[in-house]
Design a protein around this ligand. Structure first.
Ligand code: SF4
Length: 341
């Protein structure tokens, strides 16, 4: 260390944001870190759609996204909620000393993040080339990503240079789905470069359930969420609600969901079934395998919400267990995204 502190400062700014014990656990789960706070992980549909006769995910069926060319990533692995159904490792549950809300100091450059994510994706899929079942044309295409889903884990709006990050993806002809948790109204207000599709997760239909399910780490979370929806409704891009339905917990009060839909005015509502995986399996989350709704449960609840909000159910993806509602005929007929690569 130099006495004038120059080297010390540089080292300080290069310190990883996330504790090593957490990153090492996440690496074992298949996360690939890029810089200090971003990560990518291949999803099973991306891998499967590189196969001959492989199938894409619901984003392919609903919106035409090429699953094999999609990077599943996050620019910020920390989160200010601790949702019971979340698959991620929630640091305090595991005894990791990391205050994920205030842990951030310097943030990585957006161009470096995009470079890093694209390179990491290529590394992740490099091993697939040798598989006999892989379609080589698709594998080659996968080396040139055309879409990014900023939804992997954490709250992406923690990253303060989101405008620049989205611009950089779009400059490279990579379409963007940004999935937020609805807490960071101020960050949403400052979002002027909008993603191809802007999502907000809807965890519950009313305040009591919201607090029970999301276990927020900040005060006035429900109030902030309402404010977020107001701002969300005015963002001029394709807006989407994503509901995660859990039997005997938040599959109640469809009127409450309809109210939220009227407030946020999404073009689409994705009604998804909860999956009992990862962190959601911890005993202290209080969830069970039996709380995963089946197709009939999801369709029935989705139709009820649609009736109450004036939306229409327009599609269903079986293996992802997700129903799609559209706001009107225009949204229903205008689903496919043409983002030329
Ligand atoms: S907001 Fe998303 S990342 Fe954060 S705890 Fe909830 S499900 Fe997990």
């Amino acid at each position: 260390m130099r006495k004038d502190g120059v080297l010390e400062n540089r080292m300080e700014s290069e310190k990883p944001h996330v504790p090593e014990e957490l990153t090492s656990r996440m690496r074992k789960q298949g996360y690939h870190f890029v810089g200090r706070h971003s990560a990518a992980k291949i999803c099973r549909y991306s891998a499967n759609s590189m196969e001959k006769n492989g199938k894409g995910c619901y984003k392919h069926k609903f919106y035409g996204i090429g699953s094999h060319r999609c990077i599943q990533a996050t620019p910020a692995i920390g989160c200010n909620l601790a949702c019971r159904f979340c698959w991620r490792i929630i640091p305090e549950e595991e005894g990791f000393k990391w205050n994920e809300i205030n842990a951030m100091g310097d943030w990585d450059d957006p161009v470096k993040i995009v470079d890093g994510l694209v390179e990491e994706q290529k590394k992740i899929i490099s091993g697939y080339k040798g598989k006999k079942t892989v379609d080589l044309k698709r594998w080659k295409e996968a080396n040139d990503p055309a879409h990014v889903a900023l939804s992997l884990t954490g709250e992406p709006l923690f990253y303060p240079k989101m405008n620049e990050l989205i611009s950089e993806f779009h400059r490279r002809k990579i379409s963007t789905f940004l999935v937020t948790n609805g807490t960071m109204a101020h960050a949403l207000e400052n979002l002027t470069t909008l993603p191809t599709q802007l999502y907000v997760s809807i965890q519950a239909p009313d305040q009591e359930l919201y607090e029970k399910i999301t276990r927020p780490k900040t005060a006035a979370a429900w109030k902030n969420f309402q404010k977020f929806l107001d701002i969300f409704s005015k963002k001029s891009t394709r807006r989407v609600f994503r509901l995660t339905l859990i039997k005997n917990l938040n599959m109640v009060n469809p009127e409450g969901y309809a109210e939220l839909i009227k407030k946020g005015k999404p073009h689409y509502v994705e009604v998804k079934g909860f999956v009992f995986v990862g962190g959601a399996r911890r005993d202290d989350r209080g969830l069970s395998y039996g709380q995963m709704p089946n197709e009939e449960d999801i369709r029935e609840f989705a139709v009820r919400i649609a009736e109450l909000s004036g939306y229409k159910m327009v599609d269903y993806h079986e293996s992802s267990k997700v129903a799609l509602l559209a706001a009107d005929e225009k949204a229903a007929g205008d689903r496919i995204i043409n983002f030329e690569k």
